[in-house]
Write a protein that binds this ligand. Structure first.
Ligand SMILES: CC(C)(COP(=O)(O)OP(=O)(O)OC[C@H]1O[C@@H](n2cnc3c(N)ncnc32)[C@H](O)[C@@H]1OP(=O)(O)O)[C@@H](O)C(=O)NCCC(=O)NCCS
Length: 135
């Protein structure tokens, strides 16, 4: 994914999630509550992790989280997630969030970047060895 903020969504890649925050997702100042954004990031990151684990995963760590720009009610948010590290049982995912503001004028702003680690778990919620990559 790109570090640039060139008023465009990242090319050649599909977001895991697209969602628009509503007034009920706002904080007391009227901007979108960071905890709501964190929840969406966790969901977006879990999608490639679940596919790689071929089963359930649990979030073990939020390694980093940067709220670089505010998010406003009515922004159209796109969540891009990419696996950056795979261990024995763990999968680390980078998530970038872009907001399309004033959508008729195509203003795109990278608002958030985070790295999270998920652990593949079994039916007893214990860590599970990751399966080999499908060929
Ligand atoms: C996820 C869980 C099953 C893992 O069990 P555990 O006994 O703590 O796991 P381990 O210590 O064996 O570590 C498992 C993997 O996580 C990694 N890990 C552990 N602590 C970590 C940390 N702080 N940051 C990143 N990775 C970490 C380990 O390196 C290991 O990876 P590897 O197997 O690829 O080498 C357990 O911690 C748990 O149930 N946590 C709660 C999960 C949850 O409820 N999440 C939602 C909360 S909102």
């Amino acid at each position: 994914m790109t570090d640039q903020n060139n008023n465009q969504l990242p090319p050649d890649t599909m977001p895991q999630l697209r969602v628009m925050p509503m007034p009920s997702d706002a904080n007391v100042h009227g901007d979108v509550f960071g905890g709501w954004i964190m929840a969406q990031v966790d969901i977006a990151g879990s999608l490639p992790a679940t596919r790689r684990a071929n089963g359930r995963v649990a979030t073990i760590a939020v390694n980093s989280f940067l709220f670089k720009q505010p998010v406003f009610v009515g922004d159209l948010l796109s969540f891009y997630a990419e696996i950056v590290k795979v261990g024995n049982t763990s999968i680390t995912v980078n998530v970038e969030v872009y907001a399309e503001r004033n959508r008729l004028q195509t203003e795109v702003v990278k608002v958030t970047e985070a790295t999270l680690t998920y652990v593949a778990t079994d039916a007893q919620r214990k860590p599970r060895q990751l399966p080999p990559l499908a060929s």
